[in-house]
Design a protein around this ligand. Sequence first.
Ligand SMILES: C[S@@+](CC[C@H](N)C(=O)[O-])C[C@H]1O[C@@H](n2cnc3c(N)ncnc32)[C@H](O)[C@@H]1O
Length: 199
Amino acid sequence: MMTSRDAELWDDQAATFDDEPDHGLRDPLVRDAWRSLMISVLPPVPARVADLGCGTGTLSMLLAELGYAVDGIDFSPEMVRRATAKAGSYPSTSFAIGDAGAPALPEGAYDVVLCRHVLWALPERATVLERWVRLLGPDGRLVLVEGSWSTGAGLTTAETVALVEGAGRAADPRRLDDPAYWGGPVGDERYVVIGRRLP
Ligand SMILES: C[S@@+](CC[C@H](N)C(=O)[O-])C[C@H]1O[C@@H](n2cnc3c(N)ncnc32)[C@H](O)[C@@H]1O
């Protein structure tokens, strides 16, 4: 269950959030790395993406520039304000305040449920994943970028794979070791898991 205090903590982070290389994607090499990754794990456009816990919307906007329709949800009003400002009058994007764990989005409407660095922090993750799968159309996929960080926080690849399989999806994990994603070398476990319909 999210609390207003949790959202306030993220509000406080919003002004400096994009200073991290993988958040703001300001370095062209980092931006290119994420662009290439997204192209490799997402279906081709046209496709509709739910970006859950979208933060300042940098990843959402990268996808919008590639031609995806994106609906972003975040419980931090300040994050959503910044994402909305980035989108400007960009077509086919929307950002709303809400709980990523129980997103108020239409079921069966999405080709992709994307979540980067949020699932690990949510309670009742198995239930959350069931909700996310219900947002997907018949050929839709989960794209979960997570990590098990040197701070001790996060989810291991095996834990995320087990969650995705528990939600009835085939899990395809890929390591994200390339320093280009992070603006420098990293020593901990970073990865994306793609969760597709079982064959
Ligand atoms: C580490 S940031 C990641 C932001 C974005 N996904 C990215 O990769 O740039 C975590 C984000 O998740 C949001 N968040 C955390 N728990 C949430 C929840 N229960 N519902 C909605 N947003 C949440 C925070 O406000 C914050 O913007």
